[in-house]
Design a protein around this ligand. Structure first.
Ligand code: SF4
Ligand code: SF4
Ligand code: SF4
Length: 254
């Protein structure tokens, strides 16, 4: 029997910016803190890091009734069905899908090439101090045991909910949302959103797409690499195309 695909439904309109989900994620995954500084906003930290899988982005909008209108949204791996990170990854098993549809990772198999950064349309993967991939894995250890992800378990307002993907989408439509962000994009996302404002206001791409170079690599070069060229040579070539020539400390190309 195949398992119904699971998902997180994120409703920014219900989010109060408490960052309980950020903290719960760090606690469950034993991610250490990093020192940050005030940049003139309550948003903290300012970006995802190898020790921060889920971040609440604070968006400040002008308001007619108050000084400012705050919008909050969770930024994290979208658990794409058609995942650009997996398409480009040359290391078998470093990134993998769970039976619930999460895109998880195995640091022991990651070779630190950072190509998944190029393949991801949402700028999600980060690398730890050992050059190993790091990102939200949908609490794959919890959901395998029938528990909900730590962020969804903690959220006090229902702004992050976990469940059967189809039921979450049906439920959102029943309460009046015409469109669910991620319903069809990239084969269907595993982190789906309902927005009252345009996604781009929250810093989320309206039409995410995998870069053409990644599609070409996946369809043509990757099979060739495994068949004939030799993985290391092909990966080096792709790395050169993606990141350019290696530079020494003085900035001179090598
Ligand atoms: S959001 Fe990026 S890292 Fe997450 S599954 Fe999609 S392509 Fe991979
Ligand atoms: S699903 Fe788990 S790993 Fe992903 S953001 Fe939520 S708490 Fe963190
Ligand atoms: S726990 Fe819920 S309400 Fe609090 S910041 Fe996270 S998503 Fe928003």
């Amino acid at each position: 029997m195949t398992m119904a695909r699971k998902a997180l439904m994120i409703s920014p309109e219900l989010c109060i910016g408490c960052r309980g989900c950020q903290t719960a994620c760090k606690e469950w995954n034993r991610l250490s803190v990093i020192k940050t500084r005030n940049t003139g906003t309550y948003e903290n930290p300012p970006d995802l890091t190898p020790n921060l899988y889920n971040r609440i982005r604070f968006v400040e909008m002008p308001s007619e009734t108050n000084l400012v209108r705050w919008l909050f949204v969770s930024q994290r791996c979208m658990h794409c069905d058609d995942a650009g990170c997996m398409k480009i990854c040359p290391a078998p098993g470093a990134l993998f899908k769970t039976k619930e549809g999460a895109v998880s990772f195995n640091k022991d198999k990651c070779i630190g090439c950072k190509l998944c950064v190029v393949g991801c349309p949402f700028n999600i993967p980060r690398y730890d101090d050992k050059d190993k991939v790091s990102k939200c894995h949908l609490c794959s250890d919890r959901i395998a045991e029938g528990l909900m992800p730590a962020c969804a378990k903690t959220c006090p307002t229902g702004a992050i909910r976990y469940g059967d993907r189809d039921s979450l989408i049906d439920g959102a439509k029943k309460i009046g949302y015409e469109k669910v962000y991620g319903e069809k994009d990239l084969g269907g996302l595993g982190a789906i959103y309902v927005f009252k404002d345009a996604p781009k206001i929250y810093g989320i791409d309206e039409h995410p797409a995998i870069p053409e170079t990644v599609v070409f690599w996946h369809k043509v070069l990757k099979p060739l690499a495994y068949l004939s060229l030799g993985g290391a040579v092909a990966v080096s070539l792709l790395h050169y195309v993606a990141f350019g020539p290696k530079k020494d400390e003085g900035g001179e190309e090598k």
